[in-house]
Write a protein that binds this ligand. Structure first.
Ligand code: URA
Length: 241
């Protein structure tokens, strides 16, 4: 059972606030009877009409985007900057699953399916996030170990499950490090490297769970296949046991 205004909003015809106004204005019927009271609960067996037209459920949509830099990970930006949602031409009210910084690139999933988003956002052993970071120095074994043992961020210990030094450039005094984490705290990777003395010059997310950037150039996106969506739902079953 869900609140009537939420169900109307999820059908895509109005925001939740607008849905409330429609109810108060007597424009909404449930099983043929006008309802003007806010907060009543309905199930998917109830027939809901707005302005005498039945509402439908918004189709679920799922995308993977190779996020370019210079785009905000939100649905609307108060400074009118381009958002990740602007890159995908759809009428569905999709939103990003988690967050990448303005200057971070790589794998970003978007959907209008809250359950799907929750599975991927909830810290979970099965949902790895793999990043490639360019550091302003050359990391040592001891600092790598520290990241794997755990560092404190905002009063919590976070660990990298893998850290691999991929490339060293002595001339520019930089290196490329691949780091795998399971949570998605704000600026987590940058803060983790900062805690061992490095700034991240460039950051790219290469993977989220089994999703990678195969065949997607910067700014390109594709819809997920039904098989991929089912595979995400299967991740939840494994972890809830
Ligand atoms: N960690 C960061 O610091 N930034 C991102 O965009 C993602 C993870």
């Amino acid at each position: 059972m869900e609140r009537l205004q939420k169900v109307i909003a999820e059908s895509g015809i109005a925001s939740r606030r607008k849905a409330e106004q429609l109810i108060i204005a007597g424009k909404v019927k449930v099983n043929g009877t006008t309802v003007t009271e806010l907060g009543i609960k309905v199930s998917n067996k109830d027939r809901i009409e707005v302005n005498n037209k039945p509402i439908g459920k918004e189709q679920k949509e799922y995308y993977i985007l190779n996020k370019p830099r210079g785009v905000v990970t939100t649905t609307k930006d108060e400074h009118h900057r381009k958002t990740v949602v602007d890159l995908i031409p759809t009428k569905a009210r999709i939103y990003p699953v988690g967050r990448l910084d303005y200057d971070t690139t790589g794998v970003l999933l978007l959907t209008n399916d809250g359950e799907f988003a929750n599975i991927l956002m909830h810290p979970n052993d099965k949902v790895e996030k793999v990043y490639m970071a360019k550091l302003n120095g050359i990391i040592k074994g001891e600092q790598i170990n520290k990241l794997k043992e755990g560092v404190e961020l905002d009063g919590q210990i976070v660990k990298a499950s893998r850290v691999k030094l991929k490339k060293v450039n002595e001339k520019t005094n930089t290196c490329m490090v691949q780091i795998t984490i399971h949570e998605g705290k704000n600026h987590q990777v940058k803060k983790m490297f900062e805690s061992v003395g490095f700034l991240v010059d460039k950051l790219k997310r290469e993977k989220v769970a089994f999703f990678d950037l195969k065949d997607l150039q910067s700014g390109e996106f594709r819809q997920l296949t039904p098989k991929e969506v089912a595979k995400v739902y299967a991740l939840e079953q494994k972890t809830s046991k």
